[in-house]
Design a protein around this ligand. Structure first.
Ligand code: NAP
Length: 242
């Protein structure tokens, strides 16, 4: 894939090539996208949801959703934000929703469980008790069993294999902090689309200490800065070579 600065115009081309990307790399193309304040917070310090994106950048988020085949969040985000993860602000198809939920804590009345257009995939550890599984199946949810990692969470490398086998070519990772940190830690990101809102929050940092080894950092490259309303949108690719 050509390494040029990204924008919504050529994002479509990148996604069009995602089937080849999956065949070559054995995993979907991963776009990590979130909104943060100028001081790097994605929510309040108490992990409560905050409206950070303005209307223009929110519309861009929906454009990205409409172009990706699937969209992934952690159970923390489901419990605090209760998102639907649908495409509402632009024309386009809803991506396949995926929740990382090791212990099947997703509430049965969550918006993602109530979706009638698509069966949400809940990725959980294989040993979840059968009686806890049944109500989800009755709601039409697809339960996907996956191995755990050393932290006791879903093993993302194993999950990427599962998703590739399910012909998932592209994923948009929307959060929250722990999930984004895990993807970054494993170098599972091909593109970042970060909305920076002109606010200082003193809240939940997007990347926690697990993300990097001491004194290391991830350099972003092929940067494209886009002003949308009062927000700055940063398109960038990760440079994993350091
Ligand atoms: N500004 C934005 O763009 C944005 C977007 C989304 C969310 N948010 C905010 O982010 C906050 C939620 O973030 P959070 O860190 O508390 O929760 P999170 O990242 O949404 O979910 C974390 C949880 O997912 C489960 N999980 C399973 N496998 C995992 C893995 N490999 N890596 C990481 N997590 C895994 C774990 O719970 P189990 O052990 O139970 O499985 C873990 O505690 C909320 O305040 C929300 O408002 C902001």
């Amino acid at each position: 894939m050509k390494n040029s600065a990204m924008s919504i115009e050529n994002f479509k081309t990148v996604i069009d090539h995602a089937p080849e990307f999956r065949k070559t790399n054995g995993r979907p193309f991963i776009t990590v996208s979130y909104a943060q304040s100028l001081d790097g917070s994605i929510a309040t310090a108490g992990r409560q949801q905050m409206q950070l994106s303005g209307p223009e950048s929110m519309r861009l988020t929906h454009q990205l959703r409409a172009r990706c085949q699937s969209i992934l969040v952690g159970i923390g985000t489901v419990l605090t934000d209760n998102p639907s993860l649908t495409v509402r602000l632009v024309e386009g198809k809803n991506p396949q929703p995926i929740i990382l939920d090791t212990h099947l804590r997703t509430p049965l009345d969550a918006n993602l469980v109530q979706r009638s257009d698509l069966s949400t995939w809940i990725v959980n550890a294989n040993h979840a008790p059968i009686d806890r599984n049944d109500p989800f199946k009755q709601k039409g949810i697809t339960l996907i069993g996956c191995e755990r990692n050393d932290e006791g969470w879903i093993d993302l490398l194993a999950l990427m294999n599962i998703l590739a086998r399910r012909q998932v070519n592209s994923i948009m990772v929307e959060g929250g902090a722990r999930v984004i940190t895990s993807f970054v830690k494993l170098k599972l990101a091909d593109l970042f689309v970060i909305t920076v809102s002109p606010k200082l929050v003193g809240g939940l940092p997007v990347i926690d200490a697990r993300g990097f080894k001491t004194a290391s950092s991830l350099k972003l490259t092929d940067i494209h800065y886009q002003r949308l309303g009062g927000d700055l949108v940063v398109w960038a690719r990760p440079d994993w070579s350091h």
